[in-house]
Ligand binder design. Structure first.
Ligand code: ADP
Length: 447
């Protein structure tokens, strides 16, 4: 059992992990940059340690700084949260080499899934359906054009190392191929140091449906249903819900079992998300995230489980605390991402919070590291809070979201709160009738 866990992250997710630790009687260590000395995660943890200057590269992304902080504080394990070093196989290896425990899957599983080509190959072998496309990497424009002809346009060119919506370009015809191919390649190289790309059929009206899985690292795995994350801007999620409005219990059981069986066969350990596009009743695997996701609370809400607690238990070498049969869905949950961004262009808007009031009441959860007087630094992600609501059904969840948003006050910076007020006026949102392109189209037409 761990006595002390270090959290290699900041913001709301650091708080999330500290809360789980406290409930389990485990001491927590926060790490922070000099820009985050006054941050809530530093105040809330049992101990804190400064690991570098504001730039993430020299602080939250510094393996040496984080491992030294473990040595100094006597923390036995590291929870990486999401982003930063959470999917860095080299870091995981370093952690293990220092006789520390990484709360997450093995370096080998992170490596396989971190490369989207090897992830697809692996999943295909395990019987998981994938988006039709190139067999592995595409070496040059001529090969890319041939694939365009074989599969028919439009196609999407994707960097194998891509993430966060970067390194993806659509080609609608052969004329657009050269440019799309070179741009995806250049973005992959610039952002991830890897210019290998592959090609997929570009689906016209899919939903983004992802399956939450959990493995014990000993050959057992379960699934916790799906999340619908189809409301996206620039391939980035802004509104997530569980269960998905369009999935039947039979479809959930089938795709869930496919994923859980694949993870069991891999011997996967900890939390993971298998992402699919879903169109005309078919699931197509796109990628796997080997970490806790931003949107995990909607799953926690409908299953009544604590996924961070489960991650820690599994990392301690315990089995899963639930079986597949224990996992029954109760109600409907929605999460909206509150970003410090100025509409309509979503430009980051750091600055000082002059007033903050979190909503409350039945079925409302606000995960945020904000407080009145806090200054949001300009160096990091613009996510400043997640509002999660749960209702007995989707209609009640939407009414609750509307009510909770009306209570939420974030003054001093611009935020995406008005976007959600506006979305709740839309019949398509109430009908649950939207696909991955809906939000972009709506944003382009809405005044
Ligand atoms: P990232 O790792 O950058 O998040 P993903 O592969 O998970 O990239 O894709 C992110 C989003 O991009 C998907 O949710 C979807 O909206 C869009 N996308 C990806 N692949 C396709 C495809 N083949 N057809 C249509 N849209 C796609």
């Amino acid at each position: 059992m761990f006595d002390k866990i270090l959290i290699a992250n900041r913001g709301e997710i650091a708080l999330r992990v500290i809360r789980a630790c406290r409930e389990m009687g485990i001491a927590s260590v926060a790490v922070h940059s000099t820009a985050d000395s006054d941050a809530m995660h530093v105040r809330m943890a049992d101990e804190s340690i400064c690991i570098g200057p504001p730039s993430s590269t020299d602080s939250y992304l510094s393996p040496a700084g984080i491992i030294s902080a473990c040595e100094i504080t006597g923390a036995q394990a590291i929870h990486p949260g999401y982003g930063f070093l959470s999917e860095n196989a080299r870091f995981v290896q370093m952690v293990e080499d220092h006789d520390l425990t990484f709360i997450g899957p093995s370096a080998a599983h992170i490596r396989v899934m971190g490369d989207k080509i090897s992830a697809k190959d692996t999943m295909k072998e395990l019987g998981v359906p994938c988006v039709p496309g190139s067999e592995g990497g595409v070496p040059d424009v001529d090969a890319a054009k041939q694939i365009g002809r074989d599969f028919g346009y439009p196609v999407i060119i994707k960097a194998t190392a891509g993430g966060g919506g970067r390194g993806m370009k659509v080609a609608n015809s052969e004329d657009e191929m050269e440019r799309a191919f070179q741009t995806a390649r250049a973005e992959g190289k610039a952002a991830f140091g890897n210019d290998e790309v592959y090609i997929e059929k570009y689906l016209q009206k899919p939903r983004h449906i992802e399956i939450q899985i959990f493995g014990d690292g000993k050959g057992n795995a379960v699934h916790l249903g799906e999340r619908d994350c189809s409301l996206q801007r620039r391939h980035q999620k802004v509104f997530e819900e569980a269960p998905a409005p369009c999935i039947t219990p039979e479809e959930r059981a089938r795709i869930g079992k496919t994923c859980a069986d694949a993870m069991a066969a891999l011997g996967y350990s900890g939390a993971g998300t298998v992402e699919f596009l879903y169109e005309d009743g078919e699931f197509y695997f796109i990628e796997m995230n080997t970490r806790l996701q931003v949107e995990h609370p909607v799953t926690e809400a409908i299953f009544g489980v604590d996924l961070v607690r489960e991650q820690i238990r599994v990392a301690e070498g315990n089995g899963l605390s639930f079986t597949q049969d224990d996992l029954q869905i109760d109600g409907h949950a929605i999460e909206v991402r509150i970003n410090a961004e100025k509409l309509p262009n979503f430009t980051p808007c750091p600055g000082k919070i002059s007033q903050y009031h979190a909503p409350g009441g039945l079925g409302v959860r606000m995960d945020s590291a904000l407080y009145q007087g806090y200054s949001i630094p300009p160096y990091y992600d613009s996510l400043i809070g997640k509002l999660i609501v749960k209702g007995r059904d989707r209609t009640e969840a939407l009414a609750r979201l509307n009510r909770a948003l009306s209570e939420l006050i974030v003054d001093g910076v611009d935020t995406t709160i008005p976007l959600f007020h506006a979305l709740l006026q839309e019949p398509a949102i109430h009908a649950g009738d939207y696909n991955i392109h809906w939000l972009e189209k709506w944003l382009a037409t809405d005044p």
